[in-house]
Ligand binder design. Structure first.
Ligand code: GLP
Length: 264
Protein backbone atom coordinates (compact mmCIF):
# COMPACT_ATOMS: atom_id res chain seq x y z
CA UNK A 1 0.00 0.00 0.00
CA UNK A 2 1.40 3.36 -1.02
CA UNK A 3 0.27 6.35 1.02
CA UNK A 4 0.71 9.77 -0.60
CA UNK A 5 0.13 12.89 1.49
CA UNK A 6 -0.39 16.02 -0.61
CA UNK A 7 -2.70 19.02 -1.08
CA UNK A 8 -6.15 18.21 -2.50
CA UNK A 9 -5.56 19.57 -6.00
CA UNK A 10 -2.40 17.49 -6.39
CA UNK A 11 -4.22 14.36 -5.17
CA UNK A 12 -6.85 14.83 -7.87
CA UNK A 13 -4.14 15.25 -10.50
CA UNK A 14 -2.34 12.11 -9.36
CA UNK A 15 -5.55 10.03 -9.50
CA UNK A 16 -6.42 11.51 -12.90
CA UNK A 17 -2.91 10.63 -14.12
CA UNK A 18 -3.53 6.95 -13.32
CA UNK A 19 -6.77 6.92 -15.32
CA UNK A 20 -5.29 9.06 -18.11
CA UNK A 21 -2.41 6.60 -18.56
CA UNK A 22 -4.79 3.63 -18.61
CA UNK A 23 -7.06 5.23 -21.21
CA UNK A 24 -4.23 6.31 -23.49
CA UNK A 25 -2.39 2.98 -23.41
CA UNK A 26 -5.53 0.90 -23.80
CA UNK A 27 -6.86 3.02 -26.68
CA UNK A 28 -4.05 1.57 -28.74
CA UNK A 29 -4.72 -2.00 -27.67
CA UNK A 30 -7.54 -4.43 -28.17
CA UNK A 31 -8.80 -4.76 -24.63
CA UNK A 32 -10.78 -1.65 -23.65
CA UNK A 33 -10.14 0.06 -20.32
CA UNK A 34 -12.52 -0.80 -17.50
CA UNK A 35 -12.95 1.95 -14.92
CA UNK A 36 -14.40 1.60 -11.44
CA UNK A 37 -16.29 4.75 -10.47
CA UNK A 38 -17.10 5.94 -6.95
CA UNK A 39 -19.64 8.46 -5.72
CA UNK A 40 -19.39 10.77 -2.69
CA UNK A 41 -17.42 14.02 -2.55
CA UNK A 42 -13.94 12.50 -2.56
CA UNK A 43 -13.62 11.73 -6.29
CA UNK A 44 -15.30 14.95 -7.51
CA UNK A 45 -12.06 16.85 -8.11
CA UNK A 46 -10.74 13.84 -10.04
CA UNK A 47 -13.81 13.90 -12.26
CA UNK A 48 -13.35 17.64 -12.82
CA UNK A 49 -9.76 17.05 -13.85
CA UNK A 50 -10.70 14.19 -16.19
CA UNK A 51 -13.45 16.29 -17.78
CA UNK A 52 -10.93 19.11 -18.27
CA UNK A 53 -8.43 16.76 -19.91
CA UNK A 54 -11.19 15.44 -22.15
CA UNK A 55 -12.13 18.98 -23.23
CA UNK A 56 -8.64 20.43 -23.51
CA UNK A 57 -6.19 17.57 -24.03
CA UNK A 58 -8.07 15.06 -26.14
CA UNK A 59 -8.41 12.43 -23.42
CA UNK A 60 -10.98 9.99 -24.77
CA UNK A 61 -13.22 7.55 -22.95
CA UNK A 62 -14.77 6.31 -26.20
CA UNK A 63 -13.40 2.77 -25.83
CA UNK A 64 -13.80 2.52 -22.06
CA UNK A 65 -16.49 0.97 -19.94
CA UNK A 66 -17.25 1.81 -16.33
CA UNK A 67 -18.72 0.06 -13.31
CA UNK A 68 -20.14 1.88 -10.32
CA UNK A 69 -19.48 0.68 -6.80
CA UNK A 70 -22.94 0.92 -5.34
CA UNK A 71 -26.48 2.22 -5.54
CA UNK A 72 -29.31 3.10 -3.19
CA UNK A 73 -32.28 0.74 -3.17
CA UNK A 74 -35.62 2.24 -4.12
CA UNK A 75 -34.67 5.78 -5.14
CA UNK A 76 -36.83 6.83 -8.10
CA UNK A 77 -35.13 6.66 -11.52
CA UNK A 78 -35.09 10.45 -11.86
CA UNK A 79 -33.99 11.20 -8.26
CA UNK A 80 -30.91 13.46 -8.45
CA UNK A 81 -29.12 11.51 -5.69
CA UNK A 82 -29.58 8.14 -7.31
CA UNK A 83 -25.94 7.18 -7.85
CA UNK A 84 -26.62 6.42 -11.49
CA UNK A 85 -27.64 10.06 -11.95
CA UNK A 86 -24.78 11.37 -9.83
CA UNK A 87 -22.25 9.53 -12.01
CA UNK A 88 -23.95 10.81 -15.17
CA UNK A 89 -23.81 14.38 -13.83
CA UNK A 90 -20.31 14.31 -12.39
CA UNK A 91 -18.37 12.39 -15.04
CA UNK A 92 -20.13 10.21 -17.64
CA UNK A 93 -22.14 13.07 -19.16
CA UNK A 94 -19.04 15.29 -19.35
CA UNK A 95 -16.87 12.93 -21.41
CA UNK A 96 -17.31 10.73 -24.48
CA UNK A 97 -17.97 7.41 -22.76
CA UNK A 98 -20.83 5.51 -24.43
CA UNK A 99 -23.97 5.67 -22.24
CA UNK A 100 -24.48 1.89 -22.53
CA UNK A 101 -20.91 1.32 -21.31
CA UNK A 102 -21.69 2.74 -17.86
CA UNK A 103 -22.98 0.08 -15.49
CA UNK A 104 -24.38 0.17 -11.99
CA UNK A 105 -26.21 -2.20 -9.68
CA UNK A 106 -29.97 -1.90 -10.28
CA UNK A 107 -31.49 -0.61 -7.06
CA UNK A 108 -34.95 -0.62 -8.64
CA UNK A 109 -34.92 -4.29 -9.69
CA UNK A 110 -37.84 -6.50 -8.58
CA UNK A 111 -35.41 -9.28 -7.77
CA UNK A 112 -32.47 -7.62 -6.02
CA UNK A 113 -30.34 -10.76 -5.42
CA UNK A 114 -30.65 -11.61 -9.13
CA UNK A 115 -29.63 -8.05 -10.04
CA UNK A 116 -26.54 -8.42 -7.81
CA UNK A 117 -25.58 -11.72 -9.44
CA UNK A 118 -26.02 -10.17 -12.91
CA UNK A 119 -23.78 -7.29 -11.89
CA UNK A 120 -20.99 -9.63 -10.81
CA UNK A 121 -21.28 -11.42 -14.17
CA UNK A 122 -21.15 -8.14 -16.09
CA UNK A 123 -17.92 -7.13 -14.35
CA UNK A 124 -16.39 -10.53 -15.08
CA UNK A 125 -17.56 -10.43 -18.72
CA UNK A 126 -15.83 -7.06 -19.14
CA UNK A 127 -12.57 -8.64 -18.00
CA UNK A 128 -12.56 -7.11 -14.51
CA UNK A 129 -11.93 -3.55 -13.37
CA UNK A 130 -8.53 -2.03 -14.22
CA UNK A 131 -8.54 1.02 -11.95
CA UNK A 132 -11.04 1.36 -9.12
CA UNK A 133 -11.54 4.77 -7.53
CA UNK A 134 -12.59 4.61 -3.88
CA UNK A 135 -13.57 6.93 -1.08
CA UNK A 136 -13.82 5.89 2.55
CA UNK A 137 -16.60 6.45 5.06
CA UNK A 138 -15.91 7.89 8.50
CA UNK A 139 -16.61 4.42 9.88
CA UNK A 140 -14.12 2.83 7.49
CA UNK A 141 -16.61 1.58 4.92
CA UNK A 142 -15.66 1.31 1.26
CA UNK A 143 -18.46 1.44 -1.31
CA UNK A 144 -21.30 0.61 1.11
CA UNK A 145 -19.56 -2.25 2.92
CA UNK A 146 -20.41 -1.23 6.43
CA UNK A 147 -18.57 -2.44 9.56
CA UNK A 148 -19.18 -6.15 10.00
CA UNK A 149 -19.12 -6.83 6.25
CA UNK A 150 -17.58 -10.11 5.23
CA UNK A 151 -14.11 -9.57 3.86
CA UNK A 152 -15.09 -12.16 1.21
CA UNK A 153 -18.36 -10.46 0.28
CA UNK A 154 -19.70 -10.05 -3.24
CA UNK A 155 -22.32 -7.65 -4.64
CA UNK A 156 -25.37 -7.79 -2.38
CA UNK A 157 -27.95 -5.80 -0.48
CA UNK A 158 -26.80 -4.04 2.68
CA UNK A 159 -28.49 -2.01 5.39
CA UNK A 160 -26.86 1.39 5.87
CA UNK A 161 -25.70 2.36 9.33
CA UNK A 162 -27.18 5.38 11.06
CA UNK A 163 -23.74 7.01 10.82
CA UNK A 164 -23.58 6.64 7.04
CA UNK A 165 -27.13 7.90 6.61
CA UNK A 166 -26.28 10.91 8.77
CA UNK A 167 -23.07 11.50 6.79
CA UNK A 168 -25.02 11.37 3.52
CA UNK A 169 -28.00 13.45 4.74
CA UNK A 170 -26.24 16.53 3.33
CA UNK A 171 -27.21 15.27 -0.12
CA UNK A 172 -30.86 14.95 0.99
CA UNK A 173 -31.55 18.48 2.27
CA UNK A 174 -29.98 17.54 5.61
CA UNK A 175 -32.85 15.17 6.38
CA UNK A 176 -31.58 11.75 7.49
CA UNK A 177 -35.06 10.27 7.05
CA UNK A 178 -34.87 10.90 3.31
CA UNK A 179 -31.68 8.84 3.00
CA UNK A 180 -32.57 5.31 1.89
CA UNK A 181 -32.04 2.57 4.45
CA UNK A 182 -30.73 -0.01 1.97
CA UNK A 183 -28.28 -0.19 -0.88
CA UNK A 184 -26.71 -2.60 -3.33
CA UNK A 185 -22.95 -2.60 -3.11
CA UNK A 186 -20.01 -4.38 -4.66
CA UNK A 187 -18.62 -6.63 -1.96
CA UNK A 188 -15.16 -6.35 -0.51
CA UNK A 189 -13.98 -9.34 -2.54
CA UNK A 190 -15.47 -7.77 -5.68
CA UNK A 191 -13.50 -4.58 -5.05
CA UNK A 192 -10.35 -6.56 -4.22
CA UNK A 193 -10.50 -8.17 -7.67
CA UNK A 194 -9.81 -4.83 -9.38
CA UNK A 195 -6.21 -4.55 -10.55
CA UNK A 196 -5.37 -1.15 -9.06
CA UNK A 197 -7.24 0.50 -6.18
CA UNK A 198 -6.95 4.29 -5.82
CA UNK A 199 -8.52 5.59 -2.60
CA UNK A 200 -8.96 9.30 -1.87
CA UNK A 201 -9.68 10.87 1.49
CA UNK A 202 -9.60 14.41 2.77
CA UNK A 203 -10.46 16.22 5.97
CA UNK A 204 -10.00 15.48 9.65
CA UNK A 205 -13.24 13.48 9.75
CA UNK A 206 -11.49 10.74 7.77
CA UNK A 207 -8.30 10.69 9.85
CA UNK A 208 -9.19 7.73 12.08
CA UNK A 209 -10.53 5.67 9.17
CA UNK A 210 -7.37 6.39 7.16
CA UNK A 211 -5.18 5.41 10.11
CA UNK A 212 -7.06 2.13 10.50
CA UNK A 213 -6.99 1.48 6.75
CA UNK A 214 -3.22 1.82 6.48
CA UNK A 215 -1.99 0.90 9.94
CA UNK A 216 -4.72 -0.90 11.87
CA UNK A 217 -5.27 -4.64 12.18
CA UNK A 218 -7.29 -6.17 9.34
CA UNK A 219 -10.82 -6.44 10.67
CA UNK A 220 -14.41 -6.45 9.45
CA UNK A 221 -14.97 -3.64 11.97
CA UNK A 222 -12.94 -1.38 9.66
CA UNK A 223 -13.84 -2.85 6.26
CA UNK A 224 -11.27 -0.78 4.34
CA UNK A 225 -8.47 -2.62 6.16
CA UNK A 226 -8.98 -5.54 3.75
CA UNK A 227 -7.09 -3.38 1.23
CA UNK A 228 -3.91 -4.29 3.11
CA UNK A 229 -4.20 -7.65 1.33
CA UNK A 230 -4.23 -6.06 -2.14
CA UNK A 231 -0.93 -5.92 -4.05
CA UNK A 232 -1.55 -2.52 -5.69
CA UNK A 233 -3.25 0.14 -3.60
CA UNK A 234 -2.63 3.89 -3.74
CA UNK A 235 -4.01 5.92 -0.83
CA UNK A 236 -4.15 9.65 -1.61
CA UNK A 237 -4.77 11.83 1.45
CA UNK A 238 -4.48 15.48 2.43
CA UNK A 239 -2.76 16.66 5.61
CA UNK A 240 -5.95 16.61 7.68
CA UNK A 241 -6.88 13.06 6.68
CA UNK A 242 -3.25 12.04 7.34
CA UNK A 243 -3.19 13.62 10.80
CA UNK A 244 -3.51 10.32 12.68
CA UNK A 245 -1.04 8.32 10.60
CA UNK A 246 1.80 6.99 12.73
CA UNK A 247 4.16 6.72 9.78
CA UNK A 248 3.23 10.02 8.12
CA UNK A 249 6.85 11.22 7.99
CA UNK A 250 7.94 7.98 6.35
CA UNK A 251 5.18 8.21 3.72
CA UNK A 252 6.18 11.82 2.95
CA UNK A 253 9.89 10.96 2.64
CA UNK A 254 9.12 7.92 0.50
CA UNK A 255 7.01 9.88 -1.96
CA UNK A 256 9.51 12.77 -2.12
CA UNK A 257 12.30 10.30 -2.91
CA UNK A 258 10.30 8.20 -5.35
CA UNK A 259 12.31 7.38 -8.49
CA UNK A 260 10.87 9.12 -11.55
CA UNK A 261 10.40 5.83 -13.42
CA UNK A 262 8.29 4.35 -10.64
CA UNK A 263 4.69 5.37 -11.19
CA UNK A 264 1.73 5.07 -8.87
C1 GLP B 1 -20.75 6.90 0.47
C2 GLP B 1 -20.32 6.09 -0.74
C3 GLP B 1 -18.87 5.67 -0.64
C4 GLP B 1 -18.02 6.87 -0.27
C5 GLP B 1 -18.45 7.42 1.05
C6 GLP B 1 -17.62 8.61 1.50
O1 GLP B 1 -21.10 6.13 1.54
N1 GLP B 1 -21.13 4.93 -0.94
O2 GLP B 1 -18.46 5.12 -1.88
O3 GLP B 1 -16.67 6.48 -0.21
O4 GLP B 1 -19.80 7.84 0.90
O5 GLP B 1 -18.13 9.76 0.89
P1 GLP B 1 -17.40 11.13 0.79
O6 GLP B 1 -16.35 10.97 -0.25
O7 GLP B 1 -18.47 12.09 0.36
O8 GLP B 1 -16.86 11.46 2.12
Amino acid sequence: MEVVIAPGAELARLAADVIDRLLRTRAAQERPAVLGLATGSSPLAVYDELARRHAEEGLSFAHASAFMLDEYVGLAAEHPERYRNVIEREIAGRVDIAPEAVHGPDGLADDLPAACARYEEAIADAGGVDVQLLGIGTDGHVAFNEPGSSLASRTRIKTLTRQTRQDNARFFAGDVDQVPTHCLTQGLATIMAARHLVLLASGRGKAEAVHQLAEGPVSAMWPATVLQHHPHVTVLVDDAAASRLQLADYYRETFAAKPAWQRL
